[in-house]
Design a protein around this ligand. Sequence first.
Ligand SMILES: [Ca+2]
Ligand SMILES: [Ca+2]
Length: 134
Amino acid sequence: MKKRIAAIAMAGVTLVSVIATSPGANAVSNASWSSGKVTRAVLWENYNGGHKLTVLGTGNCTASTSDADTVMSWMGDRGWNDVVSGAQDFAGCDVDLFTNLGYGGVSTGYVNYGQNIGYVGASLNDRASSFKIS
Ligand SMILES: [Ca+2]
Ligand SMILES: [Ca+2]
């Protein structure tokens, strides 16, 4: 009886670790990107919350969107490939999400989400692999 319980427990651990490391719609943990003390944007696992990826910078974004202020070419570096469903932006920043790494594929264009979490839309939901903040 004891042996059977141990086998079940081990199987459970294996299953959990497979789910946690597989790519998909849900992030495994909070993360941040780049450096600085100013929060420029917060990207969310769900359209209404969940885990978050905080995008930091050294100051406000510039008024122009022709010069990106913070970029991330591969969100998989933080375990966030194909995860984001919601976004907020601060410090004069807007968010441009791309379905492929290296700012490729389909993109939203710069969106001013503001301080309430906004849905990224069906074309980018659980598909973002890179982003620009400006
Ligand atoms: Ca998601
Ligand atoms: Ca993608």
